[in-house]
Design a protein around this ligand. Structure first.
Ligand SMILES: [Zn+2]
Length: 414
């Protein structure tokens, strides 16, 4: 079922018909006014008293609009069109042929009830708070903890390692339900193999990271990053539900829920996060490819000194090589043109076609990359997926440090 709302741009007075595919109880609306370029953004909801809340525009009663914008949380929508050109009477729901996505809907409800759960748990992961974290992980009224209750039950939760493992299990279970594609299982296996083959090196590397505070820093920054991902999540649902973007007519269909500047912000933060913690990837690659975490292609050096000498952005280019085992996904996804264009404010947006142009002006040449809003949303979700992979890597190494090196009391499986 679709329902129509009429809104008027506060600045240029253009009138829009919002053709809302009712589905999930709330939909984000993100429009760039084609006439005055104002950003109109807010929500539609099924809650009668506050059904419409759009910054930059007000609801009006009328039946004649200048433009039509379809709105949907779950489905792709037509791009903005002049009212006279809008002739499609099929609803986004029927057009999409997509029906059930229980995990994604569950994640939506999860972050509505627990928007900052990663941060909350991270704050509780210390000796002083262990009593409260244990209570939280044993809370039968929390339906999301119940999802992985069988796994969590195995932990006695009397030690920091147990609490770390159980809470990681809980949070990772939920994050993977959000629809990101993070190759967590293969990373887990790769690190297990590495631990067997190069035990001393993995142990020493995990110790170095601990002594220099890398685990706590990564965990705390990952919590903040996840907060931003969660605050954008409603806008990402239709992209996550679309299985295969290559099959979509990208000239015609796009998103009503996303603004490219919000994407740029999350993309930038993810890029920075990966650059800041690239030492994890470099160390594992050095061990896997050359037998020691300080052994680089061009000889031996102190890993921390060498990596930190470069700034956060150059590190990725300088140290992550495509053909090395733990670089998987990182080289393909991290796009330097997008990152540089964003840093120099060389990003243009075409409202009607939903095309973003990233320009990178070098001394002698100019690189340009054009992406549809839908494609860039997909890239942004992918780069967040890499941050989740880094979080998993840190967890595996931290576990190595606590259990195998420090021999902390470990109740699981005893
Ligand atoms: Zn306007």
């Amino acid at each position: 079922m679709v329902t129509n709302f009429f809104i008027q741009c506060n600045c240029c007075k253009l009138v829009y018909r919002l053709r809302w595919q009712i589905g999930y109880e709330k939909a984000t609306v993100q429009i760039r006014c084609p006439k005055c370029n104002s950003r109109l953004h807010g929500y539609l909801s099924t809650n009668g008293s506050s059904a419409i809340n759009i910054h930059g525009a007000k609801e009006i009663s009328c039946d004649n609009a200048d433009y039509v914008q379809e709105v949907s949380t779950e489905f792709l929508t037509h791009k903005i069109k002049a009212e006279a050109e809008f002739t499609d009477f099929i609803t986004p729901f029927i057009r999409s042929n997509i029906y059930d996505h229980p995990n994604i809907m569950e994640y939506l409800h999860f972050i509505e009830e627990h928007p900052n759960e990663v941060e909350v748990i991270n704050d509780l992961l210390n000796e002083k708070s262990s009593k409260y974290l244990k209570e939280k992980l044993r809370d039968n009224n929390n339906v999301y903890i119940n999802i992985c209750k069988r796994a969590i039950k195995k932990y006695r939760l009397n030690s920091q390692v147990d609490l770390l493992m159980a809470s990681h299990q809980y949070l990772m279970t939920m994050l993977l339900r959000s629809g990101i594609d993070a190759s967590v299982t293969s990373i887990m296996n790769d690190i297990n193999d590495l631990r067997i083959k190069f035990f001393e090196q993995v142990k020493e590397f995990s110790k170095l990271l601990d002594n220099k505070g890398y685990y706590s820093l990564l965990n705390s920054k990952f919590s903040k990053l996840t907060n931003i991902y969660n605050s954008n999540y409603l806008s990402f649902v239709s992209t996550l539900i679309t299985n295969d973007i290559s099959k979509i007519d990208l000239d015609e269909f796009g998103l009503s829920s996303v603004d490219y500047e919000d994407l740029l912000e999350l993309y930038r933060k993810c890029y920075e996060f990966i650059g800041e913690f690239i030492i994890y990837i470099v160390g594992l690659n050095n061990i896997y490819e050359r037998g020691g975490y300080n052994v680089f292609k061009k000889g031996t050096a102190d890993i921390e000194e060498k990596v930190n000498k470069e700034d956060k952005y150059n590190r990725i280019q300088s140290f992550v090589k495509k053909d090395e085992r733990f670089s998987n996904g990182f080289c393909e996804t991290l796009n330097k043109i997008i990152r540089n264009a964003d840093a120099h404010f060389d990003v243009q947006y075409d409202v009607f076609n939903q095309v973003i142009t990233f320009t990178n002006k070098g001394k002698n040449n100019t690189d340009e990359e054009k992406l549809y809003l839908l494609e860039f949303t997909n890239e942004t979700i992918k780069i967040f997926g890499l941050c989740v992979v880094l979080w998993e890597i840190a967890y595996q190494l931290q576990k190595t440090r606590l259990i195998l090196d420090l021999r902390q009391d470990w109740n699981y499986g005893k």
